[in-house]
Design a protein around this ligand. Structure first.
Ligand SMILES: Nc1ncnc2c1ncn2[C@@H]1O[C@H](COP(=O)(O)OP(=O)(O)OP(=O)(O)O)[C@@H](O)[C@H]1O
Length: 791
């Protein structure tokens, strides 16, 4: 964090209306902020008026329509950004000394950039992402970078409510009459206020208090894979989201077309973080889980741990390949086909020859299908030609090449023959192949012959409905193995495209034709004609773009879409198969990968970034680390550290930035008293604030009735990435016993609280939690609900 060593504060008048000395400063800031809001209002009014005009216009040339469409989009986006900037428009100010700036300079920092049109377009407000705003996050007393004072400005409803100053150089501090206080309270004040605030169900942006180590990652210019490793609560998610906003600001042209994809662990998490980017005025980002990344399929099933592990491992690739080959069948007995009074036969050998030809093309199954079909038709055409074209006089075959082509076409149109080909080499969809495979012991026995009977049983399911999150990468892989026979679609698209170019050409002709006649004979070389500005193909492209949806919408529906940048959060949870699916969407490998290998809970998740990334980028990835915990108070982190030591004795425990003053505690009750005690404890959680009960799926089912508006009952998987003011962990031993990642799960559960943590158990308390303060259950239950918590 910025180390401001000399601080002063300005406050509002007290209740008697007496002003503190600094209030003049506050009033000055109020007048400046009022100017900024007036500018914002003017920008908003302009965008609204222009948008209205654009919407009212109708008809016109295709070019005019396309221009209107892009203006429509531009003004709508502007209005979204202005609305997002309304709260806390300006939150900071930098004073720079005359040596650094050309002259002593002030820079105001805020949610968007505002220029002064009347004054040579001088910046009135700098967007927090602009390079000139950077010292706000980086300058320290040791490296002030020309900054003499950093000011935090807090406002509500357009009114400045407080200002806090940090002096980064001694002379400036002395000139302001500020004494050296007890170590950097200035910036910490804003940070601690943000961290201590009660949580809601949505994450907030952190642009007012981004810390130095976070800023370096947010603005990293690294063009390959940037790994952000960090313990719980170190701001990895916050940093990832602000990096997305930064990249969209800095590389807008490039990323607006290709889009940014953010992958999170589950839908609850995406909902939790979903407001951050819109609050920063950025809407063009697609948020998705791995389970929902395959278009048209939503993950509705849950796999057992072994099935998830098997589906996540690369060895499943061979199973999928065999499942597809298994559908390219050879008949046991010859297939008899009747065609116009002739009997034709497809025997095993002929089909095997056709299959060999198709397979040796090395095309995906559906794209190799036409080759198989042609080979079969050749075979049948040969048989038919033999029957009808042989010269009875012994003159060989009398049919010409054209006759043979005609025969092949007729055979192709025969439904019996089409059916036979369809049964031997069917056109396949990924969803059907996977559902068929997983619901059929016979198919599994062939495709997964290498697996043990137990593993095949783990994969087998009784019905064909729905898919799990671990199935999505398999569907994606099958889509690659099957391919799409899009010959007909491509033909149609080509025809449509030719038509669009022809229309655009007409439009250009009309435009040019409408130019004054005298120009026809004596073309003014200075006058740009429509042809000079745009050719028919470009115009058609523009029109096409205008008809389509936003980048994020188009990307969501297109499996083969490739993004400009991909961010993976809780990346330790991704299986090897999930990485394949993600990497397919980002061939340029410009990614931000965020996670903590100590929190891995998925049976197919990773324990090493090197292992995951090496196959895709070799050594070309960079690791960064976040080390400060902004969420979990020190008292809770001391307990969590014990668990971390059992996961990885060498792991660095993130340093908590604050203490809560409440030691985490435990209470033991009889098994039958779990629910009643939990209810008492929850009722005692202070308002306002959010509460979570965390346990195994079975415990969650038992306690689900405790969920209400502010209390959620969650498994560790569901709680991943989230945080709550109060956390109650129930039966921690069951979490430990649940699987190979039990310790990681307990670590995740322990680190979700921003204020208070309690543990409720009937079984013995795990030894690793011995540091909790025990609380006698009887005393707790006898007390009235509001006093349920120990002081
Ligand atoms: N610079 C900051 N200013 C204010 N709040 C911050 C800052 N950095 C992080 N936080 C807050 O700390 C909390 C934890 O951040 P975040 O969820 O991003 O951590 P994380 O590293 O992703 O945690 P986990 O690994 O447990 O999911 C959030 O409430 C976030 O807003």
């Amino acid at each position: 964090m910025p180390n401001g060593n000399y601080t002063s504060r300005a406050r509002l008048p007290n209740l008697r209306g007496e002003l503190l000395p600094e209030s003049t400063e506050l009033e000055l800031e109020q007048s400046y902020v009022a100017i900024l809001y007036a500018q914002l209002d003017a920008m908003r009014a302009y965008a609204r008026t222009r948008l209205r005009e654009v919407l009212l216009e109708t008809g016109g040339t295709p070019q005019a329509r396309s221009e209107r469409e892009s203006f429509n989009q531009m003004y709508t986006e502007d209005l979204t950004r202005y609305d997002a900037a309304e709260h806390g428009l300006c939150f900071g100010r930098l004073d720079l000394d005359a040596d650094t700036a050309e002259h002593a300079e002030r820079r105001y920092i805020g949610r968007l950039g505002i220029l002064d049109e009347k004054n040579d377009y001088e910046p009135l407000l700098l967007d927090w992402r602009a390079p000139l705003a950077r010292p706000f996050y980086l300058a320290t007393t040791a490296a002030p970078d020309g900054v003499t004072r950093r000011r935090h400005i807090r406002s509500r409803n357009r009114q400045v409510t407080a200002i806090t100053d940090e002096y980064l150089d001694l002379a400036a501090a002395e000139a302001a009459g500020v004494e050296r206080p007890d170590g950097g309270v200035g910036a910490e004040g804003a940070l601690l206020a943000a961290l201590n605030a009660a949580r809601t169900e949505h994450m907030n942006d952190i642009i007012e208090t981004i810390q130095q180590e976070q800023d370096t990652i947010i603005r990293s210019e690294h063009r390959g894979v940037l790994v952000v490793q960090g313990g719980p609560g170190t701001g990895k998610t916050a940093v990832a989201l602000h990096r997305a906003a930064y990249l969209l600001y800095t590389y807008r042209r490039q990323l607006a077309k290709s889009g940014v994809l953010i992958i999170g662990p589950n839908a609850t998490f995406l909902d939790y973080i979903g407001q951050v980017l819109p609050s920063l005025g950025e809407t063009g980002v697609l948020l998705s889980t791995i389970g929902d990344l395959y278009p048209g399929v939503r993950a509705t099933r849950t796999d057992g741990p072994r099935a998830a592990e098997l589906k996540g491992a690369l060895s499943i690739l061979e199973v999928l390949k065999r499942a597809v080959r298994d559908r390219q069948e050879l008949p046991d007995a010859p297939i008899q086909l009747d065609f116009e009074g002739h009997r034709l036969t497809l025997d095993r050998k002929a089909v095997s020859r056709a299959r060999g030809r198709a397979r040796s093309s090395r095309r995906p199954h559906n794209q190799a299908r036409p080759i198989f079909t042609t080979a079969v038709l050749d075979e049948l055409a040969g048989q038919l030609a033999g029957a009808i074209g042989t010269d009875p006089m012994g003159g060989g075959n009398l049919l010409s090449a054209a006759d043979l082509t005609e025969i092949r076409d007729e055979l192709r149109g025969d439904t019996g023959i089409a059916r036979a080909i369809g049964s031997l080499w069917p056109e396949l969809r990924p969803e059907h192949v996977l559902a068929d495979l997983l619901s059929s012991p016979d198919r599994l026995a062939v495709a997964a012959a290498e697996l043990s009977a137990d593993d095949r049983a783990a994969l087998l399911r009784v019905d064909r409905d729905g898919f799990s999150a671990a199935d999505a990468p398999l569907l994606d892989e099958l889509a690659e193995l099957l391919g799409v026979d899009d010959t007909a679609d491509r033909e149609r698209a080509k025809r449509r495209w030719r038509q669009q170019i022809a229309d655009a050409q007409d439009a250009l002709d009309i435009l040019t034709g409408s130019a004054p006649q005298d120009l026809e004979d004596d073309l003014d070389p200075e006058l740009l004609m429509a042809y000079d500005l745009v050719d028919a193909e470009t115009l058609a492209l523009r029109q096409q773009a205008a008809i389509q949806q936003t980048t994020a919408e188009r990307a969501a529906g297109d499996r083969t879409w490739t993004y400009g940048h991909v961010i993976v959060d809780e990346a330790q949870e991704l299986s090897a198969m999930a990485w394949r699916m993600v990497m397919r969407r980002i061939p340029n490998r410009w990614m931000t990968v965020v996670g903590d290998v100590a929190q891995t809970g998925d049976p197919a998740g990773t324990g090493s970034w090197q292992q995951v990334l090496e196959p895709y980028v070799a050594q070309r990835w960079r690791r960064t680390e976040l080390t400060v915990n902004y969420r979990t108070p020190a008292e809770i982190m001391t307990i969590a550290a014990q668990v971390l030591a059992t996961i990885d004795p060498d792991a660095q425990v993130p340093r908590s930035v604050r203490e809560s003053g409440v030691p985490p505690w435990s209470v033991q009750v009889e098994p039958g008293e779990l629910a009643a005690t939990a209810a008492v404890l929850l009722a005692a959680a202070p308002h306002p604030g959010t509460v979570a009960v965390i346990g195994t799926p079975a415990i969650c089912a038992e306690l689900s009735h405790l969920a209400d508006q502010r209390t959620r009952v969650l498994t560790v998987h569901e709680a991943k990435g989230l945080e709550f003011d109060d956390v109650l962990i129930v039966e921690p031993q069951l979490l430990l016993d649940a699987g190979p990642h039990g310790r990681n799960d307990l670590y995740v559960a322990l680190t979700r609280a921003t204020q208070r943590l309690s543990v409720l158990h009937s079984a013995e308390l795990p030894e690793v939690l011995a540091g909790l303060t025990p609380q006698p259950a009887g005393a707790l239950l006898r007390r009235p609900a509001a006093a349920g918590r120990p002081e």
